[in-house]
Design a protein around this ligand. Structure first.
Ligand code: ADP
Ligand code: ADP
Ligand code: MG
Length: 486
């Protein structure tokens, strides 16, 4: 099929928060116009100000960003010729990609069929198996009712407990349940099916063998319309809470031959899927033997793409836009250089000691951010910012880069300590505790890290907010300068 080349002039960003800001930055660097859309509750948000134009699309929190018709209406109204969906919201919605296509607007992401295929874990696994990529042993979609339970128990009898019950179209760590025995399976199967229906509007579930204490390692890929597919190295996202990533590292600490085999598998799988644009192939890796199995593919920009950008110097959003325009990749596989180590932490307004309870409604009375060598911030907060109650509590993603693992941790620790935040509780002291934990320092961690290292929650409570503020005011007064303003 001949590739249509179409220059993009105006990009509508169908998202909010830090990722809307991050995409807008590259759009502006490319000399293009950026259009923001926002829900009423986001009227004061930072990402709107950076855009050339901003369109209010309604007042239902978290609903308007999912409203395909409204987003397309905003695109037509603003004259946008392309839409970037970011992550979450409509980014993995095949109908949205199709609706853009139909409206003659370029969707900056894969074509609908690829999103549809990869969005279903059972279908994705099949495509990978056909490409000779090893997958975690698992079932097909379970049949409804007793028949499904029978299929599930016979799989579990064959592979042994524990097993993982998973939503076929799940995402964001939801719809995944570890099952220890048959009795639990009987109880949980209908429950998980119901939860899955509510969360994903699809009640298909399946079973996977549970890999005990695995590492989560993923490969970033880029694929153009001309059949070129390259990888941008690996990320270790093993440090998770409830199957959601907290801290991500690039590259993964694995022997070169294992990484090489993973790159091959990722590219082979992407080729089999007919993949186009940026994507991530996720694997589970046995912590002892380094055997690896395909888990799923994410057909979008990921929260943790920053560590890959810092490692390679490649702007993934820029590449996404170029690919969407029909350009051939101008990065040859042998010109991707990976330098040093990068770590990203998701700094949230949450109280880790209290089950990561969000601190929605609180205001940042004081906010000073770190800087200096190797520090990148992707954030939306500023002094006076109020943590929203309608959206997630992510304040800023901090990505640090260093020459080696030791320096990168030292830099992470230094930068975390350089934050001055008065107002909400944050996940900063929790990450600082991880920086001091010997297994983390030794590079020994898997997806069970938080459960096996409960001591990291024993960090000292943050200095009381009022005390901190008082100290700052006293210092400013005594020195006739703000010691933190640099
Ligand atoms: P990543 O793999 O990029 O770290 P996450 O799993 O943390 O992505 O999800 C990124 C964001 O998208 C989160 O806000 C998450 O809640 C949301 N998300 C991911 N998948 C889905 C989905 N299928 N439905 C709804 N929200 C999702
Ligand atoms: P999501 O679409 O929500 O990201 P994934 O299938 O990528 O779901 O799984 C998320 C996390 O759940 C993994 O990173 C891993 O920690 C855990 N997990 C998923 N499947 C398995 C499995 N078969 N064995 C062990 N852990 C698993
Ligand atoms: Mg995943």
């Amino acid at each position: 099929m001949p590739v249509k080349l179409k220059k993009i002039n105006k990009v509508l960003i169908a998202n909010r928060g830090e990722i809307a800001l991050r995409i807008g930055r590259t759009v502006k660097e490319l000399g293009l116009k950026a259009i923001a859309v926002y829900e009423k509750a986001d009227s004061e948000s930072h990402f709107i100000r950076l855009a050339d134009d901003a369109i209010m699309i309604g007042d239902r929190p978290r609903k308007e960003y999912l409203d395909i018709e409204k987003i397309l209406w905003a695109a037509r109204k603003s004259g946008a010729d392309a839409i970037h969906p970011g992550y979450g919201f409509l980014s993995e919605n095949a109908d949205f990609s199709a609706a853009c296509e139909k409206a003659g607007i370029i969707f900056i992401g894969p074509p609908p069929q690829i999103i549809r295929d990869m969005g279903n874990k059972v279908v994705a696994r099949k495509i990978m198996e056909n490409a000779r990529v090893l997958t975690v042993p698992g079932t097909e979609d379970l049949a409804p009712g007793d028949e499904g339970l029978k299929q599930a128990t016979s799989f579990a009898d064959k592979y042994g407990y524990p097993v993982m019950l998973k939503a076929s179209s799940g995402g964001g760590g939801r719809g995944i349940r570890k099952i220890k025995n048959e009795e639990e399976l009987k109880i949980q199967l209908p429950l998980v099916r119901m939860e899955t229906l509510t969360a994903f509007n699809d009640d298909r579930i399946y079973l996977e063998k549970c890999i005990e204490s695995p590492r989560h390692i993923e490969i970033q890929i880029l694929a153009d319309h001309h059949g070129n597919i390259i990888h941008l190295g690996s990320r270790d996202c093993s440090i998770q809470r409830r199957h959601q990533k907290l801290l991500e590292i690039a590259p993964a600490d694995l022997p070169a031959d294992v990484l090489g085999a993973m790159y091959d598998a990722a590219i082979r799988g992407a080729r089999a899927a007919g993949y186009i644009n940026a994507g991530t192939v996720e694997f589970l890796v046995d912590s002892k033997t380094n055997e690896f199995w395909f888990m799923e593919m994410n057909t979008r920009l990921q929260v943790e793409h920053t560590v890959t950008e810092e490692l390679t110097g490649i702007d993934i959003v820029r590449q996404q836009i170029k690919i969407a325009e029909g350009d051939a990749l101008d990065i040859a596989a042998n010109r991707v250089h990976m330098m040093g180590k990068a770590i990203q932490v998701r700094i949230n307004a949450e109280d880790p000691k209290n089950n990561f309870m969000p601190e929605g409604g609180k205001t940042l009375e004081v906010y000073q951010s770190p800087g200096g060598p190797g520090v990148r911030l992707d954030g939306v907060v500023y002094q006076g910012y109020r943590i929203p109650t309608d959206y997630d509590s992510l304040m800023v993603k901090m990505t640090v880069r260093g020459y080696d693992w030791e320096q990168t941790i030292q830099r992470l620790k230094r930068s975390l300590n350089n934050f001055l935040i008065v107002g909400p509780k944050t996940t900063i002291p929790f990450y600082l505790a991880i920086c001091d934990e010997p297994d983390f320092i030794a590079g020994k961690f898997d997806t069970g890290y938080l459960e096996t290292h409960e001591e990291i929650f024993n960090y000292p409570e943050q200095e009381r907010e009022v005390a901190k503020l008082t100290r700052l005011i006293a210092e400013i007064h005594a020195r006739k300068m703000n010691p933190y303003a640099y």
